[in-house]
Design a protein around this ligand. Structure first.
Ligand SMILES: [Zn+2]
Length: 381
């Protein structure tokens, strides 16, 4: 394990540990001792059992139960009820959003935009349950500071098919990656039009997106990575420093540094920076969270040019390559929940905004050789 970052504030760590301990009691985890767990938790031996993964019907049932039983007002709605012009998936499924909290700023939490990346759904349902039921000071602070818009299954059709994309129903059967479908000449799929319009209604202060990646090892050490921290427009890259006077270039790195610090104490979580092709920083504009940061205006729905910073998490292992690892399920979900909890609390308390963004360089990563853009690779040298 490589924990390159040092705790910068002892008092802060104590509070975070207390919060995590409270959390561990509140959420039932898998049997076994996390302290003794194999750090290499997703494995190539993990035959993926799709039947254990949350289905669309599971999602709807769990959302309705949370709405019924939550002390703190979880509201479950469909985009048809919200009244967006396009309001269902390509195959006609309702698109669900749950809201909770009374705070003045909106926060957008989305998962499973890639249908074969299942734990975004379960991680967000776990966070939603805490937001709806947990009366502790931390969760109360979150509800007072923010109104959360939680989208646990952005891509229900792909989820039911266990594929990354959605499938167009115009006769072409074309598969569309919904995370490349906000941008010029895009918005091909109904899901994109629907959630984009909803985003222009919400105008969130920031967004977090949950994904899976394949098995990955840390550059330099070869240790298995369990969680990669991503920003879809590379900090210091061709695009992000030019947005909002560089504010998102700073804040997204601060968010990563904070999550890294707070999760590095868990022995079975090993983090690095999300890169592609071994050594490329991602700088794609068609991703949903990229378009959010760019303040994309489609059909005149965002005339004021609202934009917001966004980061994403990539849990290692996915259903497509059979590497999900059934035994890792609880740990994979838990690390997402912890990461979400810590970044949300850090934003609410202002701890994130006080992090040193330059320490983003200390998060393990391969030496950067270039940028992966929408149209190809831009080499650094
Ligand atoms: Zn993904």
């Amino acid at each position: 394990m490589t924990h390159g970052l040092k705790p910068s504030n002892r008092r802060r760590r104590t509070r975070a540990i207390a919060a995590a301990a409270a959390f561990a009691v509140a959420i039932p985890l898998t049997a076994g001792s996390p302290a003794l767990a194999d750090p290499n938790f997703p494995s190539t031996e993990g035959s993926t059992n799709i039947s254990s993964i949350a289905t669309y019907a599971d999602l709807v049932a769990q959302l309705e139960r949370l709405e019924r039983t939550s002390r703190f007002g979880v509201d479950v709605t469909t985009l048809a009820e919200v009244g967006t012009e396009v309001s269902t998936s390509e195959q006609g499924r309702d698109l669900y959003v749950a809201t909770v909290g009374d705070g003045p700023e909106a926060v957008w939490l989305q998962g499973r935009i890639h249908g074969n990346e299942p734990y975004g759904t379960e991680s967000l349902l776990s966070v939603l349950k805490e937001l709806g039921t947990n009366g502790s000071p931390d969760w109360s602070l979150l509800r007072e500071t923010y109104t959360f818009h939680v989208i646990p299954m952005y891509n229900p059709d792909g989820s039911e098919l266990n594929i990354r994309q959605t499938v167009l129903q115009d006769g072409s059967n074309q598969r569309i990656d919904l995370n490349r479908d906000w941008g010029d000449g895009k918005f091909v799929a109904d899901e994109s039009e629907a959630f984009y319009e909803y985003w222009t209604m919400v105008d969130p202060a920031f967004a977090i997106d949950i994904h899976h990646q394949g098995l990955k090892t840390e550059y330099g050490t070869g240790d298995d990575v369990t969680l990669s921290l991503g920003i879809s427009l590379a900090p210091g890259g061709p695009t992000l420093p030019g947005i909002e006077g560089g504010a998102y270039d700073v804040l997204t790195r601060q968010m990563h540094v904070h999550v890294y610090d707070e999760l590095a104490k868990y022995g079975n979580i090993n983090m690095d920076r999300y890169q592609v092709g071994g050594s490329l920083e991602i700088d794609i504009k068609g991703g949903v969270v990229s378009a959010m940061m760019l303040g994309y205006d489609y059909k005149g729905l965002n005339p004021e040019g609202h934009s917001n910073p966004a980061i994403f998490f990539e849990t290692s292992g996915n259903t497509s390559d059979g590497s999900l690892g059934q035994k890792a399920r609880g740990k994979s979900i838990r690390q997402n929940v912890l990461a979400l909890q810590e970044v949300l609390l850090g934003m609410a308390t202002g701890e994130v905004q006080q992090e040193d963004p330059a320490r983003w360089e200390e998060i393990p990563h391969a030496p950067v050789t270039g940028y992966q853009t929408d149209t190809g690779v831009t080499p650094l040298f």
